[in-house]
Design a protein around this ligand. Structure first.
Ligand SMILES: Cc1ncc(C[n+]2csc(CCOP(=O)(O)OP(=O)(O)O)c2C)c(N)n1
Ligand SMILES: [Mg+2]
Length: 665
């Protein structure tokens, strides 16, 4: 287990440590004239207990693989995190705290991953941080089971999260915490900031859950009724939580929002607005903090400074890793590769070979099946793949032969997420953020909008989170319009940084998977068909061009028109081209599996694929608006601008005009 808790600073020192957070929070919010002072002031003692006495981290190396993870799920309290990072010795100077919420500062309104060192995830959309924390705790469990050897526990850390009333009101907290209970994530410890306040006021009118009982019902270990302003009491709760190894823990802390502010404590006024100069001054007097704004006494810095401790902790771990490497050199090399997020050295050749195999087979199958084949092949080469589906394994085709479901103990590489799309997407983000694994989730494309905000955050964070979205159009058939995505492909493409792939056959599907795996700086959504789609023969140049997102699949000399198509509509475009050729009309077919990737290509390439001046037609079984930017106002779009119908897929394709004749017309 983890090293023992750190030596305890004297009570007076800890009081000053907490008040330093209060002062930095209220002063930074005051300086910005915007922000949320109440939560940092209310959770200051909890932070002292956790960060001062327990958290194992190294401010000089925020990337230390075995650090404890800390998630501020109630991200509006960002100044709490910034204060902690600054005070404990991260590279986050006071100047950045002074520039809280200003353009290009490292201290944006809500914590953003990749901005300040030590920020483990982007939070602010309430509840999602909890799901991220669950994902991190799962990653720890998976990696520990895979890599630890007796006497050499190189993966062994806790995941801590702060959450407020808002996080616990959000539905995603149920999804994520329910699953965490089922999986028995013993190294996950969540602190509930039970201050009875949210934006509209005292929560009695809208939030009266018995939270301890709720979490107990999930199978959590609950420490109820902790005085969140008593560092020793919180410390005792943390010790109790750490001692329970087979269940996640919820530490319920009674707190007073904006504690220390004589008039605004325990009011919702303190939630999200500056206290005001007078109240700030009154708070200083009330808590006995006589230092000017942004001045922290050296003794307080010294009490907070975690660098020496962190260096010792990481140093000890490095020794463990060295001993491990001596006994298990290959495993150690693999661990280092995985922790660095790097692909195997021979990856490029492997990917090429995989693609060639699929080309040689030339199968006509559903792209969801092509995806399963790709997963099967990839998982053999990439043990870091951790898959899963939101109770649709048999439909999404995500369960490969080597999948091992994660259970209450031990490891695995597959998650039965249950019917929890949003929770899944948040957990996938947490897995990706933790590192050491490459996660994917899966559900029907139509339910991607249940998960949508987590997909958006994955793009904002630029993490390698992969989603398998099957049943990608009316082609799914009889389940009807509730299950038939129409606007979803377009909507996902609109998320900046989200790469959406809607491949047309086995080769494009494999290429899309390879692109998703190789993409280290952003998420990918794979949109896959339920129904079979004809294999498209192509030459080497076309195979190589798939990775450019859009390419000439079937050409003609001096084309009079270009048909752009994706996924299941590509064969229609190819059929139309053949028919038009018989009539002496030369048509080029462009397959555009990923508009996002195509848009990133240089202008010369894009113009070579879509020559200016040649009329264009786009064909996709979805809303037409999105395609206007490719075909222009003069072009044609064959799509669907209404909801679908319940009928067999082939009939629907006819009914909605997805026929070769209609494309020809
Ligand atoms: C998903 C989501 N919905 C709404 C908001 C806006 N919002 C920010 S904080 C908050 C209230 C949070 O209450 P609580 O967690 O109790 O925070 P406290 O006031 O106690 O700090 C709301 C509604 C948000 N950030 N995320
Ligand atoms: Mg609250």
């Amino acid at each position: 287990m983890s090293a023992p808790a750190e030596a305890v600073a004297p009570a007076a020192a800890e009081r000053d440590m907490a008040n330093a957070i209060r002062a930095l929070a209220m002063d930074a919010v005051q300086a910005a004239n915007s922000g949320h002072p109440g939560m940092p002031m209310g959770m200051a003692e909890i932070a002292v207990a956790l960060w001062g006495r327990h958290l194992r981290h190294n401010p000089s190396n925020p990337g230390w693989a075995n650090r404890d993870r800390f998630v501020l799920s109630n991200g509006h309290g960002s100044m709490l995190l910034y204060a902690l990072l600054h005070l404990t010795g991260y590279d986050l100077p006071l100047a950045e705290l002074r520039r809280f919420r200003q353009l290009h500062s490292k201290t944006p309104g809500h914590p953003e991953y990749g901005c300040a060192p030590g920020v483990e995830t982007t939070t602010g959309p309430l509840g999602q941080g909890l799901a991220n924390a669950v994902g991190m705790a799962i990653a720890e469990r998976v990696l520990a089971a895979e890599f630890n050897r007796p006497g050499c526990e190189i993966v062994d850390h806790h995941t801590y999260a702060f959450a407020g009333d808002g996080c616990l009101m959000e539905g995603i907290s149920h999804e994520a915490c329910s699953l965490a209970g089922t999986l028995g994530l013993g190294k996950l410890i969540v602190f509930y900031d039970d201050n009875g306040i949210s934006i509209d006021g005292h929560v009695e009118g809208w939030f009266t859950d018995d939270t301890p009982q709720r979490f107990a019902a999930y199978g959590w270990h609950v420490v109820p009724g902790v005085d969140g302003h008593d560092v020793a009491a919180v410390d005792a709760a943390i010790r109790a939580a750490k001692a329970v190894a087979d269940r996640p823990s919820l530490v319920c802390c009674k707190t007073i929002i904006a504690r220390g502010a004589p008039h605004k404590a325990n009011t919702h006024d303190a939630h999200g607005a500056p206290l005001g100069a007078e109240e700030v001054a009154a708070t200083r007097a009330a808590i006995g903090w006589n230092h000017p704004p942004f001045e922290i006494p050296a003794s307080v810095y010294a009490a907070w400074d975690a660098r020496a401790r962190g260096a010792r902790a990481e140093g000890a771990w490095n020794e463990t890793l060295a001993a491990y490497a001596a006994q298990h050199p290959q495993l150690a090399a693999e661990f280092r590769r995985r922790a660095a997020g790097e692909l195997p050295a021979d990856w490029a050749a492997q990917a090429r070979a995989l693609l060639d195999e699929v080309v040689a087979k030339g199968e006509t199958i559903a792209t969801r099946k092509a995806s399963l084949n790709a997963i099967e092949a990839l998982a053999r080469r990439l043990p870091e793949l951790v898959g899963g589906s939101a109770d649709l394994a048999g439909s999404n085709l995500t369960l490969w032969s080597g999948a091992r479901a994660l259970g209450r103990s031990g490891g695995g590489n597959y998650l039965h997420y249950g019917v929890r799309e949003f929770g899944m997407a948040g957990i996938v983000n947490g897995l990706a953020l933790h590192g050491g694994v490459i996660p994917f989730g899966a559900t029907f494309l139509v339910f991607s909008d249940y998960a949508r905000n987590a997909l958006r955050i994955s793009a904002l964070m630029k993490v390698r989170a992969i989603q398998v979205f099957t049943h990608d159009s009316i082609g799914l058939g009889e389940d009807g319009p509730t299950h038939q995505p129409v606007e979803h492909a377009a909507a996902l493409r609109l998320i900046p940084g989200m790469d959406v792939w809607r491949p047309c056959d086995t080769v494009e599907t494999t290429a899309a998977w390879i692109a998703a795996i190789e993409r280290r700086d952003g998420p990918t959504s794979l949109l896959l068909s339920r129904q079979n789609i004809a294999f498209q023969p192509r030459d080497r140049a076309a195979i190589d061009a798939i990775r450019r997102g859009g390419y000439v699949l079937a050409d003609a000399t001096a084309p009079q028109a270009v048909i752009i198509a994706t996924g299941s509509e590509v064969p229609l475009a190819v059929g139309a081209r053949a028919k038009l050729a018989e009539a002496g009309i030369a048509v080029r077919v462009v397959s555009m599996p990923s508009t996002n990737v195509f848009d990133r290509q240089d202008a010369a390439y894009r113009a070579a694929v879509l020559p200016p001046g040649v009329p264009r037609v786009a064909v996709e079984a979805g809303v037409t608006d999105y395609w206007r930017k490719y075909v222009g106002l003069e072009g044609e779009v064959i799509g669907i601008d209404r909801f679908g119908e319940s009928a067999p897929g082939p009939e629907l394709f006819k009914f909605f005009g997805f026929t070769v004749d209609n494309v020809v017309g």
